[in-house]
Ligand binder design. Structure first.
Ligand SMILES: Nc1ncnc2c1ncn2[C@@H]1O[C@H](COP(=O)(O)OP(=O)(O)OP(=O)(O)O)[C@@H](O)[C@H]1O
Ligand SMILES: [Mg+2]
Length: 309
């Protein structure tokens, strides 16, 4: 059983005031294994939030099906098993942090000592234990996002869906959010998250899907997608035309960045020593050469730009 499965999902929004229909999600099929931290990526307007809204049962797909832990999305059985932090979170702001969590706990049929204990636990996890008596309206934006995260995990759901959970967080808050994700993973939960902070995603996700114009254009384990050490920083005493020519014979992309450094992109790891040899043979004064693993940001930009061509 998959934590999330969608089959040929399509969502068309028809503007009420006329105008062209918008295809937000287009033939989207996705399988998310249980127990993974899954990054759902894509440029603005790609259809991420719409897909998430379908998964939680807020939006009906025009075509296709979606399942959450074996239950059809939107059913009570599916909703019971998931926790959700919306992108545009807005909570009852006249309540205190504690009252808000109590309300959400009650809605999830939690009660008594168990709920009290769990509220303490999640407030601690998101770093708001000391602000439990403050009203939500007195919270900063980042604090509101953190209480949202606490709310999403309160009832111990098997699947946690987070739509940009760190957009308002400072670096310490983001680290804490990563720790919460790790805590969930260690307990065998599945986390499905969407974020534009790709270095964050790279640190916490096992698997990613990149969507563009409503379709999945890349999916896989990060370790498989980012294996090759294809980007090389070359440091030279000075960058000269003949050295650039020599680099261009081995690399598929060459970009001088200042008078001493060049970034080269090679097809495979074995090309790196080849590159060093070519530079030296061309008479270049090689000072350093550093091969990097391609970053998720590199992959994202290449994938999305490749689709746009
Ligand atoms: N309720 C709606 N009515 C009409 N169009 C909508 C609605 N919700 C989303 N859309 C459109 O669907 C497309 C996808 O939007 P969506 O919010 O899913 O993108 P996203 O991938 O979450 O983007 P972002 O990274 O900016 O959050 C956009 O063109 C958007 O304008
Ligand atoms: Mg969105």
């Amino acid at each position: 059983m998959w934590a999330i499965e969608t089959r040929n999902l399509r969502k068309v929004f028809r503007p009420l005031l006329g105008g062209k229909p918008i295809v937000a999600v287009d033939n989207l099929s996705l399988k998310v294994p249980q127990g993974t931290v899954f990054g759902f990526l894509g440029p603005n307007g790609a259809g991420k939030t719409t897909t998430i809204q379908i998964l939680i049962g807020n939006v009906y797909p025009t075509v296709g099906e979606a399942f959450v832990l074996g239950h059809r999305a939107g059913t009570l059985a599916a909703k019971r098993k998931l926790g959700f932090l919306p992108e545009k979170f807005q909570f009852h702001d006249f309540l205190t942090a504690e009252e808000l969590l109590r309300l959400h706990g009650r809605l999830a049929k939690m009660d008594g000592a168990l709920l009290r204990k769990r509220i303490d636990e999640v407030l601690e996890l998101v770093g708001l234990a000391e602000r439990r008596k403050s009203r939500i309206r007195e919270f900063s934006k980042g604090m509101q996002q953190r209480i949202g995260l606490a709310q999403a995990i309160l009832h111990d759901p098997d699947l946690v869906i987070l739509d940009e959970p760190t957009s308002a967080l400072d670096p310490l808050g983001r680290r804490r959010a990563r720790e919460v994700v790790q805590y969930l993973k260690e307990r065998g939960k599945t986390v499905f998250l969407n974020s534009h902070l790709l270095s964050e995603v790279e640190r916490s996700c096992d698997e990613v899907a990149i969507i563009h114009k409503g379709r999945v254009v890349k999916q896989g384990a990060l370790d498989d997608l980012l294996v090759n050490r294809s980007v090389v920083t070359v440091e030279l005493k000075r960058v000269e035309a003949r050295v650039l020519e020599a680099i261009a014979k081995v690399a598929r992309k060459v970009q001088p960045i200042d008078e001493r450094r060049v970034i080269a992109e090679v097809a495979e790891e074995d090309d790196v020593p080849e590159l060093a040899r070519a530079i030296v043979e061309a008479g270049g004064a090689l000072l350093g050469l550093q091969a990097h693993r391609e970053t998720l940001e590199d992959l994202f930009i290449q994938t999305v730009e490749g689709e746009d061509k």
